[in-house]
Design a protein around this ligand. Sequence first.
Ligand SMILES: Nc1ncnc2c1ncn2[C@@H]1O[C@H](COP(=O)(O)OP(=O)(O)O)[C@@H](O)[C@H]1O
Ligand SMILES: [Mg+2]
Length: 578
Amino acid sequence: MTDIDVTRLVMDFEYYCATCLKIRTKDRRVIPFSHWYPSQWLIWKSIRRDWAAGRPIRKIILKPRQTGASTLTEAFLFWTVHTCPNTHALVLSMDNDSTRYIFDMARNFYENLPEAVKPMKRYSNRRELVFENPDEKSRSRNPGLRSRIEVQTAGKYVPPRGASFNLVHFSEVAFWPNATDIVPAIIPMVPDLPGTAIIYESTANGVDNFFYNEWVAARNGDSLFDPIFFPWTIIPEYSLPLDSEEEREEILSTLDEDEEQLRQQGLTVEQLKWRRHKIDAMHGDSDLFKQEYPATEQECWMFSGEPIFSRKILKQIKPQPPIWRGDIDVLNERLVPNDDGLLLVWGHPEPEAQYTIGVDTSSGTGADYSCMQVLKRTWPQGLGDQVAEWHGKVDPVALGQLAVILARHYNDAMLSIEINNHGLTTQSEAQRHYWHFYRWQYFDRVGRTYTQKIGWETNISTKPLLIDRTIACLRSGLIGIRSEHLLREMWLYVRVPGTMTYTAESGHDDRVCAFMIAVVTSFIEDPDASFVYTEERPVLVKPPTSNRLGNVILPAPFIDGGDPRGRHHQETKSWLVL
Ligand SMILES: Nc1ncnc2c1ncn2[C@@H]1O[C@H](COP(=O)(O)OP(=O)(O)O)[C@@H](O)[C@H]1O
Ligand SMILES: [Mg+2]
């Protein structure tokens, strides 16, 4: 009668889809869900990893339009509801039309199930499929699956009191008007257990919304959600056949800058033709195309601000995976390896090399991060290369201690600490144990002398210096950037139009700020660098040479006696134990 292997249906989602589910294609055919798009494989492989390991499934999917993400997600929900009794699944969607679309998909799955495996269904007037015995009399003896899948419009849906779900799918969440209110109310209704799933899925829709913030948090590793992105180019259907050889020539001879780049990434002329057609249909708005059909993750975020750092230059920089990852162990004053550590390293200290550490400080509470960027000075080839990045939440005193250990590790690096607000705490803590700091030297008009201030202060007059100098160094290829996180923050660092205010579209600018401080203070401190940018170089009154070590001015006042280099590790042990 039937040759469906029921045991396999329960264990094998791919087999289930191929034997039980039918989908309605874009050209309205109803076909078995057996040939998946590469995007669907990507999503499933990610889900399967957690599912097989017995971990709760928490995914955030950033996708181009019409790549089968809803279909795959709904199929997964349907499979679970169908094969595990007492499972409740909830899909929240952006508006009535999309709710109907998704509900129809689920109903279509049900109606096309092979008769042999069709569960009993109880009718419901809501957008809900209830797999339960419809007959009240026999229900207590033979209840059926007691599972349900419910599709609702976000914003209109009020979950019943005490509701609990095993699987929740938030569809096109970037388009919900009030996701920030709705989502946090639903999440606690999903227990933190194996087999449960929470899946956000959306096309990008600007950066001023819940989805964007969740995506960035997931990307930064600050959330339990795994980010999944795929470009439009992996969908085989997004391609148009060429009419003739002439058409190929014609397209190839008229490539614009974006197309040139896509071509270098290996796109076919057929794909470029499809792209041109799609952009035409969007009235030539290629920015809209990038948002809805991104080829890279960055492309899909439309920006309200004007980028500070040239996107063209940033695009050419290839981030590198760190060669070492670990943490700074304050008690034992050393770096310890850790796969999830906060310190990423691209270059270990080299003898004779000089380093600068830019420190962006924070209160260490709430969403506030601190960051340290280690730059190796590479003059005369360049100004500096990023060799390490530490990013985390820590109180200002502890940050001072971490900075000292990191600085000692990097050949007694120059510490350039931002002394605004909490930074003064960090600076003063570091000063108790260390000697080598950046000093801002300025001409005091009243005293008619050069005066020094320890640490970097960001204010209205020094912020442009930070930014302009970093832009100039980036443009002339003087600095090496390694961290993908830093690159992303730089990409999203913008000026609010018409103002002198800078903001981070990513929500965070700790990495960029620490980096800019490292760049600028290295530059100012490096006498050799002077002849490149003479017009911007401050005039330094140099102390007697005996007080100088390399190009570093040895400070006097704040060293508590003894070895001026502060390498009295034994004595300093005590402060480390708080
Ligand atoms: N593997 C597949 N093969 C053919 N068509 C598919 C496949 N997966 C989905 N589709 C069809 O593609 C269209 C878009 O799917 P959908 O899941 O709504 O995409 P998205 O949610 O990414 O916009 C639908 O008509 C769907 O039936
Ligand atoms: Mg969808």
